[in-house]
Design a binder for this molecule. Structure first.
Ligand SMILES: *[C@@H]1O[C@H](CO)[C@@H](O)[C@H](O)[C@H]1NC(C)=O
Ligand SMILES: *[C@@H]1O[C@H](CO)[C@@H](O)[C@H](O)[C@H]1NC(C)=O
Ligand SMILES: *[C@@H]1O[C@H](CO)[C@@H](O)[C@H](O)[C@H]1NC(C)=O
Ligand SMILES: *[C@@H]1O[C@H](CO)[C@@H](O)[C@H](O)[C@H]1NC(C)=O
Ligand SMILES: *[C@@H]1O[C@H](CO)[C@@H](O)[C@H](O)[C@H]1NC(C)=O
Length: 412
């Protein structure tokens, strides 16, 4: 038995009564969202295939199904900022830009649902959205009702143009209005992303009572430095954040940037590995029409996704830093025949050009079992690992600025 998971169960029993209970996001949400790749591209004359329009979301929905993403678990197709008209309608309701969404949002929602997918949308608690579209500040109830009418399944609620020190109350109120619609809607809150970077520690008890997931830190851009900076922040704060990760509510380090311009193949494996170790939502933001197959394979790696989606929902932690390589661990649920399992993620900051051979023991990672462990590399099934005792040295080769994910399964 691994001590960490025993501690987790004790903690879960204490927490369960007070957390948001809308029955949703029992494992980290998986899907696709437009922001990181497509931003606020609204000029459809110059960029007809890339602009934020119903055409783009229909195309992504098609690929989600035909290219195996839905089958792998990615179920939400989500609109981020820049979908709305600059003005509300005569009744004060949000409305989409008429040129870019001529069939209306309900029509797009129907299209996405017709494919067996779920539909996500974006709004902002403040006076305006980050890109300057109408905010929800004076319209919380009306906007919640509009989203329910459109059969939205997931709402990303941003926090631009609001008072970040007192932002919590508005999100709590919006959560009540969403609940009152009677439609189960995954509620993604951005309030810590406005507090933590300003040096204020957010109230995670309140977040877990209110939201299914929350963006803790700044937006990701398309670069390896963003992956490492985000992980530095999460690992530095892991003892504060990890207790609030569990079925129904998740810390969100932001979107996967795999398949875009900024990450190499090995860096992409590292992001996928560590996001999975952290039980982070797996929200792709890439052009699914043109993604190269080797990047798609990383996003579709079933074994890695299973680590992310493990029913215990524990947020893994950075346990050991050695030779400029980070080693993270995450307790997983037991196998059907009662063997304990732990995921081990390795991420290298090294740039010395060859796959560095890092040595460690399971004991050093606080992973113990009287009969030893079997080890499997989830990115390289050819890598054969013998059985290890707690004190035996394990050597893994980690590529420069790359990473991998192992699972240790105890022997009976
Ligand atoms: C959505 O709008 C298109 C035309 O833009 C129409 O062909 C289609 O029938 C509509 N779908 C639904 C479900 O209303
Ligand atoms: C509303 O909140 C109650 C109490 O937590 C919960 O049982 C119910 O499932 C929620 N409904 C929706 C639609 O979120
Ligand atoms: C955090 O929120 C919880 C639950 O809403 C509340 O009981 C507690 O007082 C808050 N903590 C602080 C420091 O405000
Ligand atoms: C992402 O990288 C850019 C460019 O270096 C930087 O300005 C931004 O702060 C980074 N964001 C995060 C979350 O690390
Ligand atoms: C391993 O467990 C021991 C004993 O519980 C603890 O003192 C130590 O900090 C842990 N090490 C890590 C890296 O978590």
């Amino acid at each position: 038995m691994i001590p960490i998971s025993a501690a987790f169960f004790a903690l879960a029993a204490l927490k369960v009564a007070v957390c948001l209970d809308n029955g949703l996001a029992r494992t980290p949400p998986m899907g696709w969202m437009h922001w990181q790749r497509f931003r606020c591209l609204v000029d459809c004359d110059i960029y007809p295939d890339e602009c934020i329009s119903e055409k783009l979301f229909r195309a992504m929905a098609d690929h989600m199904v035909s290219d195996g993403y839905l089958a792998a678990g990615y179920e939400y197709v989500m609109i981020d900022d820049c979908w709305a008209d600059k003005e509300r309608d005569a009744k004060g309701r949000l409305q989409p830009d008429p040129d870019r969404f001529p069939s209306g949002i309900k029509n797009l929602s129907d299209y996405i649902h017709g494919k067996g997918l779920k539909f996500g949308m974006y709004a902002d608690y403040g006076l305006r959205t980050c890109a300057g579209y109408p905010g929800s500040l004076l319209y919380l109830e009306r906007d919640a009702d509009t989203f329910a009418e459109w059969e939205v399944d997931y709402l990303k609620f941003d926090g631009c143009y609001s008072d970040w020190q007192f932002i919590d109350k508005g999100y709590i109120q919006m959560g009540k209005y969403l609940n009152a619609t009677g439609r189960p809607i995954v509620y993604s809150c951005s309030w810590p992303a406005y507090q933590e970077p300003n040096g204020m520690q957010s109230n995670y008890t309140s977040l877990a009572e209110t939201c299914n997931l929350w963006r803790n830190w700044d937006d990701i851009d398309d670069g390896w430095n963003n992956v490492t900076e985000i992980l530095d922040w999460f690992s530095s704060n892991q003892d504060r954040l990890a207790p609030f990760s569990a079925p129904g509510h998740w810390n969100d380090p932001d979107m996967l940037i795999i398949g875009n311009y900024g990450l190499s193949l090995e860096q992409s494996k590292a992001q996928m590995a560590i996001w999975s170790i952290m039980a982070a939502p797996l929200i792709m933001s890439v052009d699914l029409r043109t993604i190269r197959p080797e990047f798609r394979d990383i996003l579709l790696n079933r074994d890695v996704i299973a680590v992310n989606q493990d029913p215990l929902g524990v947020m893994g932690k950075l346990i050991l830093k050695r030779k400029n390589i980070d080693i993270w661990t995450k307790p997983l649920s037991d196998t059907a025949d009662g063997r304990s399992r732990v995921a081990i993620g390795l991420m290298s900051h090294r740039v010395d050009g060859y796959p560095y051979r890092i040595g460690f023991t399971l004991g050093e990672l606080n992973i113990t079992s009287p009969r030893g462990f079997n080890l499997k590399d989830l990115f390289d099934e050819n890598l054969k690992h013998p059985v290890y005792s707690d004190s035996e040295k394990i050597y893994v080769r980690v590529k420069p600025t790359g990473g991998t994910l192992l699972v240790a399964t105890s022997l009976k």
